[in-house]
Ligand binder design. Structure first.
Ligand SMILES: Nc1ncnc2c1ncn2[C@@H]1O[C@H](COP(=O)(O)OP(=O)(O)OP(=O)(O)O)[C@@H](O)[C@H]1O
Ligand SMILES: [Mg+2]
Length: 221
């Protein structure tokens, strides 16, 4: 049974009266617990695909089933709720709140999920320990290295225990050593049974996954 299933998904933009296919008839099936990489050059459609998989954007045509639910039939509110429940995001530029400690950055998704204060703190701390930052709970982003900031972002992505971790160029802003640490965390999460979808233009990074797809001109192979 697939956790993620795309059937004939296209994303079409109207560029001055001309239809531009950012994605063209994409079919994709990912099982629970898989570690999949999606590679492709700049402009090939990777982020477009990530936004659809993460329920941040909707296909122009085709079907997206996440955990056996057809997402095309959901209202915007329901989509947002489903996204918070199922997806943990990691982006290239970390997206942390700059004046906020690591612990509070990681706690934030739990505020939206309605978890009580004490529980939030304990879970955020456990997530930060999971990524090796148990000694940086009270540090703000500007007191952390790029690699450490990305590890905070991963802790934030996993704190609500989502079904799928979606990472778009998570090592794109990191030196190779910090990149390796970040990738080792994704490998560990996969070993623990998490489903990880890693988007990258770097084949060496992609090699860590068990299955590699390529996007070219909006087509997946
Ligand atoms: N809102 C939009 N309107 C028109 N074209 C768009 C829009 N958003 C994206 N595109 C086009 O869709 C294509 C795919 O973009 P996308 O951001 O998915 O590429 P990418 O593979 O993530 O590239 P990168 O590696 O540079 O991040 C690009 O050619 C882009 O110009
Ligand atoms: Mg992109």
């Amino acid at each position: 049974m697939s956790l993620v299933r795309l059937k004939n998904v296209s994303k079409v933009y109207d560029t001055g009266g001309v239809a531009f296919y950012a994605l063209r008839n994409v079919n994709l099936s990912i099982k629970k617990g898989e570690f999949v990489a999606i590679v492709g050059p700049s402009g090939s459609g990777k982020s477009t695909l990530m936004n659809i998989l993460g329920l941040l954007d909707t296909p122009t045509s085709g079907m997206y089933e996440l955990d056996s639910r057809e997402t095309g039939k959901m209202s915007d509110d329901h989509l947002a709720e489903y996204r918070n429940l199922k997806i943990g995001f990691v982006f290239q530029n970390f997206n942390l709140l700059s004046r906020t400690t690591a612990l509070d950055n990681v706690s934030l998704p739990l505020v939206y999920a309605g978890v009580s204060g004490g529980d939030r703190k304990a879970r955020a701390q456990a997530s930060l320990e999971e990524v090796g930052l148990g000694d940086k709970l009270n540090s703000r982003p500007n007191q952390l290295s790029g690699g450490q900031q990305q590890r905070v972002a991963i802790a934030r992505a996993i704190v609500s225990n989502p079904e799928v971790i979606l990472a778009d160029e998570p090592t794109g802003n990191l030196d190779s050593k910090s990149g390796k640490v970040v990738i080792s965390i994704f490998r560990k999460l996969h070993k623990e049974g998490k489903t990880v979808i890693l988007i990258t233009h770097d084949r060496n990074v992609a090699r860590n996954a068990k299955r590699i797809y390529t996007v070219r001109d909006g087509k997946l192979s």
